[in-house]
Design a protein around this ligand. Structure first.
Ligand SMILES: NC(=O)c1ccc[n+]([C@@H]2O[C@H](COP(=O)([O-])OP(=O)(O)OC[C@H]3O[C@@H](n4cnc5c(N)ncnc54)[C@H](O)[C@@H]3O)[C@@H](O)[C@H]2O)c1
Ligand SMILES: [Zn+2]
Ligand SMILES: [Zn+2]
Length: 365
């Protein structure tokens, strides 16, 4: 059948909205009619080919929609169910089997490969294959064939335009704090980068009961907004010495820190801002080959831990429902980050996100 889709044909160029063909769902897949999809920074960097998903491609990996058809062998969901979509994982390797699907041994192939395991793709145009299954879904299309491991069923009353971005950006920030760092009540934390991911981490820190929450960014507007969400202190990295300021606020160094900028100099700041036995989580993406300074000499006696974190160490089928519960109780107001756009304005959504005017764009079909 045909579906409308936003296709990335060329590196660093706007997506093109056009009609393409979608094949029938294979075994273990369902066809989802998209209702909304978040736009994540990772969509932009793959459009720009920092990671080598073959173009042309349908990107998008924060989809939410309604099951339209089920492929052979699918029992987990039925036609008409509301679903959110998250990253793909095999479900069987040692890391998947022990509850760490973000570190699936086939993570890169399953999420960035642009093809099913058998080499086919869902989408084509005039007989030419278009990469599909981006993060198991390729949600910038009105219809997508999605592997069941990417699906999280939500209640019929769920507001899909709000919940869509839980599938990547929001769970990444919140999970890096709640799952990876797991700060104890009363502890201190610094959040480097007050974008969608960083602010989701900040909301996680509020839930965890951190009592010193320092937001770091280069834009005063984002820092002001961070305060409204619970930051107790802010540091403008363009105007102040970040490490000195954090040490002054915390009396020697922060207990926990989250890096969401992908900027090498910020990674180095994080390592120096941690106090003795501090723990830092890094989620900001950088192009392959990006290096940062790490002062082994000074930092070894500090006993710090740095963890590189994929998708907030989330098991989507259990963590996303928890975030939905917290949202419904008013304890996780991530909806304040969202601005919705009609699907046809998807390039505007990318642009507003890149310029910093919109924290979390969500396109609505
Ligand atoms: N690890 C994962 O699994 C995973 C998942 C989702 C997203 N990501 C990555 O997380 C990162 C953050 O995503 P986002 O949507 O929040 O992006 P964003 O662009 O909205 O946020 C980044 C923030 O960092 C700030 N910043 C830039 N340079 C800075 C500096 N020198 N000092 C302090 N702040 C600075 C920016 O002003 C911005 O507010 C991206 O790199 C994205 O690709 C990783
Ligand atoms: Zn696996
Ligand atoms: Zn993402």
């Amino acid at each position: 059948m045909k579906t409308k889709a936003a296709v990335a044909f060329e590196k660093e160029q706007p997506l093109v909205i056009t009609e393409i063909d979608i094949d029938e769902p294979h075994a273990g897949e369902v066809r989802v009619r998209l209702v909304a999809s978040g736009v994540c920074h990772t969509d932009a960097i793959v459009r720009d080919q920092w990671y080598p998903t073959p173009l042309p491609a349908v990107l998008g990996h924060e989809g939410a929609g309604i099951v339209d058809a089920v492929g052979p062998g699918v029992t987990k969901v039925a036609v008409g169910d509301k679903v959110l979509m998250s990253f793909s994982h095999c479900g069987e390797c040692a890391n998947c089997a022990t509850g760490r699907p973000g570190y699936c041994q086939d993570f890169f192939g399953a999420n960035f490969g642009g093809r099913r395991g058998d080499g086919s793709s869902s989408y084509s145009l005039d007989g030419q294959q278009i990469s599909s299954h981006f993060f198991g879904q390729s949600s910038f299309a009105a219809f997508a064939n999605v592997g069941i491991n990417s699906l999280v069923k939500v209640p019929a009353s769920a507001p899909l335009e709000i919940l869509a971005p839980l599938g990547c950006g929001i769970q990444t920030g919140a999970g890096a704090v709640l799952n990876t760092l797991d700060p104890e009540a009363g502890s201190s934390i610094a959040i480097f980068g007050a974008g969608a991911v960083g602010l989701s981490g900040l909301l996680g820190a509020v839930i965890a009961g951190c009592t010193t929450i320092i937001a770091v960014d280069v834009h005063d507007s984002r820092l002001e907004f961070a305060k409204s969400l619970g930051a107790t202190h802010t540091v403008n990295a363009a105007k102040e010495d970040v490490v000195e300021k954090i040490k002054e606020i915390t009396g020697g160094g922060v207990n926990y820190a989250l890096e969401t900028t992908g900027v090498p100099a910020v990674f180095t700041q994080l390592t120096f801002a941690l106090g003795v036995r501090g723990h830092g989580a890094v989620v900001g993406a950088a192009a392959l080959g990006t290096n940062a300074n790490f002062d082994i000499g000074s930092l070894l006696p500090m006993g710090i831990t740095i963890t590189m974190v994929v998708e907030g160490d989330s098991v989507p089928s259990s963590f996303i429902p928890k975030l939905v519960d917290l949202y419904e109780r008013g304890q996780f107001p991530f909806d304040k980050l969202i601005k919705t756009y009609p699907f046809d304005q998807i390039n505007q959504a990318f642009e507003d996100s890149a310029k910093g005017g919109t924290l979390k764009p969500v396109v609505v079909f």
